[in-house]
Every structure is written in C-alpha cells, then in structure tokens.
Design a protein around this ligand. Structure first.
Ligand SMILES: [Zn+2]
Length: 163
C-alpha cells in the first residue's frame, strides 16, 4: 500500500516542463489533478493530470506571491472540474538543490493542501535518480512535513494487447 499514486504521464509532463524551465535557470510549479480513493478508512490520492498556467512566466512567479498561488488554483480549478477531477496537490522544482520542503513550501501546503491525502511533489530536474530525475513526495505532519511513499502508475496506451 502506497500513500499516493502518480500516473507516469504526470511525472513525464512535470519533468519535461521543469527541465525546460531549469535550462533557463528558472524554478517552476504546477498542480496535480486527480481523484481520491478510500481504503480501510484511509484516503489516498491518485494524480492523473499535471496542470500548469499557460503563461509559463507566471507559473514561475506565482509560487513566490501568496495571492498569485491562490489565483492560479482558482483559475485551474475550472479546468479540473470540467474533467471531474480535484486537486490532490502540487508539484514544483528545485533545480540543482535537491528535494525537501522549504518553510514557504510548508506554508503553501498548509494553506492550499491541508487534507491528509494532499501531497507536495518536489523534483530536481538537474539531478538524475534511477529513472528520470530526483523526485520526492511529501505530506504535512505534526512536525512540519514528512516524506510519503508513492507509486508511479503505468497505464497501457491504445487498446488491447499487442505482441
Ligand atoms: Zn520548494
């Protein structure tokens, strides 16, 4: 049992976006849309879409302005609702400085993603780690935050099985 599940397409979209931005020396962020499931009283999130602002410059700056983040969440919520999904968390990059949550990141998590199923994904697009880039998932806890286990879901493309 993992604490969260992330579709491979989400990881690929976030990694692609973050490494493009990192090549320009920029951090970036996006939201994770998906669904929540319950198993034995525990709720866990499945991240199915990586959603980010069309204006890439704003995707970078919103993270650093309190109001900007809320506006982005509101704006993107419409997109998520249309797809019958909710936000299960967010993802952002730490180009070259590894995975953790800063004090600002924890504040963001507390303000916008306070539910036990909510996650914060951090990717370092300048560090390789097994398949793809270094990435970690975090959840809030009494001490601040902790790392959470997650599985990457590989969904079959196309229809049926082909030899
Ligand atoms: Zn951060």
């Amino acid at each position: 049992m993992f604490e969260a599940y992330v579709e491979k397409s989400v990881v690929e979209a976030a990694e692609g976006f973050f490494s493009t931005m990192a090549a320009r020396g920029l951090e970036a962020m996006g939201l994770l849309a998906g669904r929540v499931f319950t198993w034995r009283g525990k709720r866990y999130a499945v991240a199915e879409d990586f959603v980010t602002a069309k204006n890439k410059a704003s995707a970078v700056s919103v993270r650093f302005s309190e109001d900007g983040f809320g506006e982005l969440v509101e704006k993107l919520e419409k997109t998520a609702r249309k797809r019958k999904k909710i936000f299960v968390g967010w993802a952002h990059s730490h180009p070259g400085y590894g995975c953790f949550l800063s004090g600002t990141d924890v504040d963001t998590q507390r303000k916008y993603f306070p539910e036990p199923f909510h996650v914060a994904m951090v990717i370092d697009p300048l560090k390789r780690d097994g398949e793809g880039f270094m990435k970690r998932l975090y959840k809030l806890d009494e001490r601040g935050y902790r790392e959470a286990s997650f599985a990457v879901i590989e969904r079959a493309r196309g229809s049926g099985f082909h030899g």
